[in-house]
Each structure stands twice: as C-alpha cells, then as structure tokens.
Write a protein that binds this ligand. Structure first.
Ligand SMILES: *[C@@H]1O[C@H](CO)[C@@H](O)[C@H](O)[C@H]1NC(C)=O
Length: 310
C-alpha cells in the first residue's frame, strides 16, 4: 500500500505525458446545450493516468462507443451513466465505474494504442488502461460496500493490517490454525505468522459474495473481543456480513485497495498480542478488557486492507 500511495501522489508529475489531457471534455456541443439551460455552469475536468490491468477489467462497466472510441466520447458516455471514472483500453474499449479497487500505475508510454475515434489520442493497450477521473464527480462513500463486476471479483486477496495511528509496520495476515491443521476439521483465525511459523502459504483470502473464506473455511460472525474465527466444518453456513469498502487511506477517493468491513464496520479491527500463543499478533474484533488471551491496552487499532494476491 505504501508504494501504491506514493504512486498515486505522483499523479501530478506523470500526467504531462504523451497522452492528450482533456481539460474540459464535457464542453462538447451536445452536452453544453443541455447543461446551460438548467445547471450552474461548472468547469469539469479530468485527471488521467495509465494503469496496468489484470485481465478482467479494472473498471466494471463496458459501453459501446458509436463512431469509435475516444477520450471525449468515452468520458461523456461514463458521465451520462453517472460514473466518475472512464477507462480506455486496447484502443476500442470504453469502461466506466465509480471506484477502482485495483490497478497499478504505469508509465504513460505503456498506453500506446491510438484511439479509433481520434488518432491524436491514446486509448490504452493490451492490459493497459488510460483512466480518466471526473474531478466534479462525487466520490463513493467509504461507508458503502463496493460492488465491482460480480460476487466473486474479490476472490484472491492478501489481507494487510495497517495501523490507524502512529507509524507501525504494515503486517501481512494469514489463516492460522488454532487446532492441529492435520485434524479433519480445522479452525483458523486471522493472525500474523511470526518467524518460524509453518503456515506461510495460507495468506490467500477471498470474498465469495459477502462471505470471506480462508483456506477453504468459512467465517463465524465476529464476536466482540475475540479473534475472527473460521471453520472447515461443511455444516456451518459462512457468515455473510463481509464486504470491501473504499479506502479512506488513499489520497484519491476514487482509487485504492479496499478495506475489509464486517457487520458494517471497517473500524473495529485491532492487532493484539496473544499471551497464550507465544506473543503472536492476532486480529481481534473490538478488543475488550480482562480478556484471557490479551491485554486490551496493548492492542493496536488497525484497518484491514485487501490487496490483490499475485
Ligand atoms: C489466542 O490463541 C488461542 C490459542 O491458539 C486462540 O484460541 C485464540 O483465538 C487466540 N486469540 C485470541 C484473541 O484469543
């Protein structure tokens, strides 16, 4: 996340690349006419960058562009459908969305295909998307779950604990068993894997709909004061109260790795030192006083960030 944030703050440095930057793409005749009559005239501008795509597109909604793709047409289309982001890829593709949960900033020279609708503009490339952001659009609320593509879009994720205050390290999280992993039924919690821990492979978490899964196990509802627990027992129906939300940590409210929410909260996770587990740092949902496994005052409040597994 650190490097992602740094990449985002360097947006201003990179926008003056070979791409044609459109200061007022909505000031096209057909839009101007309808805007003038009933709205206060506003200066609508976009910022733009070139991003690496992951195969399934990083923006979810595709639109056909009559007359051929171009920045003016694609941004106008996305705007007319109420989206704040417009992405041009592989020359002819126009994609729209309100939030971009994944995407890696690339050099502008990567987005090298000319636009079919305007040969003076560039429209991405293979797995490269030029993303325009409407600076007049309302950013998505950090309190609302992200709906992106479909219910299995967030299936390969690495979870990372980010301290809410101070400058502590970003800590990668794992599915750690609380009984021997060799048992037919295993129980896991979200935790850290200190040096020497044998479970270093178990860091791929996925959201299937609103159920977060870890190592083929499903979650119990969060229990105030306890670790977030999972079971591999097939008779247990996974608690469907999880979702990704826009990250308030990102310098850009439209773009960033999402935060993990449960029961409506991204803000109740903590990292606590588990005294009975050799001082391992476990994720706890809303720590309480007088818990047998940790001391509340020594817990550190964290966000749980969802980053792509790769
Ligand atoms: C602490 O470790 C024990 C034993 O592994 C485990 O059962 C418990 O869930 C852990 N975490 C907390 C917060 O109690």
């Amino acid at each position: 996340m650190r490097s992602f944030l740094i990449a985002l703050t360097s947006v201003c440095i990179f926008i003056q690349g070979p791409l044609k930057v459109l200061a007022n793409p909505f000031f096209l005749p057909q839009n101007l006419a309808s805007r003038q009559s009933s709205t206060i005239k506003q200066s609508i501008s976009f910022t733009v960058d070139c991003f690496r795509d992951f195969g399934p597109r990083i923006l979810a909604f595709r639109f056909d562009v009559p007359g051929g793709n171009s920045a003016e047409r694609c941004t106008a289309l996305c705007h007319s459908h109420g989206y704040g982001l417009a992405g041009l890829e592989y020359g002819s593709e126009c994609w729209c969305d309100n939030y971009m949960p994944y995407g890696q900033l690339m050099s502008d020279s990567d987005c090298s295909f000319t636009c079919p609708g305007d040969s003076t503009e560039l429209c991405g490339a293979g797995n490269r998307m030029v993303v325009y952001q409407d600076s007049a659009a309302t950013p998505p609320s950090p309190n609302i779950c992200i709906t992106w593509r479909d219910s299995s879009s967030f299936i390969n994720n690495v979870l990372q604990a980010i301290p809410k205050s101070g400058s502590g390290p970003v800590t990668k999280l794992y599915a750690i068993p609380t009984n021997p992993f060799t048992d037919p039924i295993y129980y896991t919690i979200i935790s850290t894997c200190p040096a020497g821990c044998p479970y270093t492979d178990y860091y791929n978490f996925g959201l299937y709909g609103n159920v977060i899964q870890s190592y083929n196990s499903v979650p119990y509802p969060p229990n105030v004061g306890d670790s977030q627990a999972f079971t591999s027992q097939s008779s247990v129906v996974g608690y469907a109260g999880f979702c990704p939300k826009p990250s308030p940590l990102s310098s850009n409210p439209f773009i960033g790795y999402p935060l993990l929410s449960v029961s409506g909260h991204t803000d109740l996770w903590s990292l606590c030192t588990n005294i009975t587990a050799g001082g391992r740092q476990d994720i706890v949902y809303s720590p309480v006083a007088n818990h047998p496994h940790y001391t509340e005052s020594a817990c550190q409040d964290v966000w749980i960030q969802m980053a792509p597994y790769s």
